[in-house]
Design a protein around this ligand. Structure first.
Ligand SMILES: Nc1ncnc2c1ncn2[C@@H]1O[C@H](COP(=O)(O)OP(=O)(O)OP(=O)(O)O)[C@@H](O)[C@H]1O
Ligand SMILES: [Mg+2]
Length: 277
């Protein structure tokens, strides 16, 4: 059984102004995430990636379709059910500086989800120390404020907070997009290691297919609110079926210029064939 199943999800937002029409942002999205796996969700800016993540978290109204988590419908879940779900369903956003309370020391930030679920005192302190170990930050971090950390360290704090309640699914919305390449790699490695240890599943959202392919078991490609391709990472990235996926692959930068040139040539050949048909 899938951990998360999305079927025919539609989301629309009201237009601005009196006569404005609603815009359909998601037009029938279906996705599956298995236990302990990473599904990479890629697409260009404005394609609807974040909206999918927010729908899963109950942060945008669902017009139609279903979202099932661990066999139970969660679209339209009540407030109290959402509070329960927070144990199992967490999120890491792109910008840890806006997602962390700048005035709150790290210890208090990490204690918050624990206290909300009734974990306090010595047990909370123990859990916080373990979380800091897990994301490789010194235990003394508890007394410091977010601004005293680098971007990569702040993202580790956000990851630690997301992990506090041992969730089964974490929505990672562009979690490394604001970081430099070396820091990106370290954070991605950390996420992979945590998954190996805990069996947590990730919905990993990124505009960058090269980032996604490294840690995803499967990849879904979204284009204008529609999933145009979905499959095993190797399949999607090595034998993309949809022209849009090929475009994304070409758009993704490669560090090695020789490989980049090879890929461009391969791409041109592929498209040449396509056009000759
Ligand atoms: N609350 C909202 N009200 C109105 N329109 C919205 C709202 N949230 C998102 N949209 C619109 O929905 C579309 C998809 O937005 P979304 O944030 O899901 O894209 P994205 O794929 O995450 O893009 P990016 O890569 O830039 O983060 C965009 O056209 C956006 O303007
Ligand atoms: Mg987004």
């Amino acid at each position: 059984m899938n951990l998360l199943s999305i079927r025919d999800l539609r989301v629309s937002f009201p237009g601005t102004g009196l006569r404005a029409r609603r815009t359909d942002v998601l037009t029938g999205v279906s996705l599956d995430i298995r236990r302990g796996e990473t599904l990479g969700l890629v697409g260009e800016s404005g394609s609807g990636k974040t909206t999918i993540g927010r729908a899963v978290l109950g942060l945008v109204p669902v017009a139609s379709g279903t979202i099932t988590f661990d066999g139970q419908r969660i679209d339209g879940a009540s407030r109290s059910r959402r509070r329960q779900l927070a144990r199992e369903l967490q999120v890491v956003f792109q910008d840890p500086y806006t997602s962390l309370n700048p005035a709150m020391p790290v210890g208090a930030t990490l204690a918050e989800p624990l206290i909300a679920q009734g974990v306090a005192g010595a047990q909370a302190q123990r859990t916080i120390a373990e979380l800091l170990d897990r994301v490789r930050l010194p235990r003394t971090s508890v007394d410091r404020l977010p601004r005293e950390f680098s971007g990569g360290q702040r993202q580790r704090i956000a990851i630690a907070r997301a992990l506090a309640l041992s969730p089964r699914l974490v929505v990672c919305d562009e979690p490394v997009s604001a970081l430099d390449l070396t820091t990106q790699e370290a954070v991605l490695e950390l996420l992979t290691e945590i998954q190996d240890d805990t069996g947590v599943a990730y919905l990993f959202i990124s505009h960058d297919l090269t980032v996604v392919r490294h840690l995803s078991h499967r990849v879904a490609v979204i284009h204008r609110g529609e999933i145009v391709e979905q499959g095993d990472t190797a399949e999607v990235t090595e034998r993309p079926q949809h022209p849009y996926t090929r475009k994304l692959l070409l758009a993704a930068p490669v560090v090695d210029p020789v490989r980049q040139r090879e890929r461009r040539l391969a791409f041109a050949r592929e498209f040449g064939r396509e056009e000759a048909r």
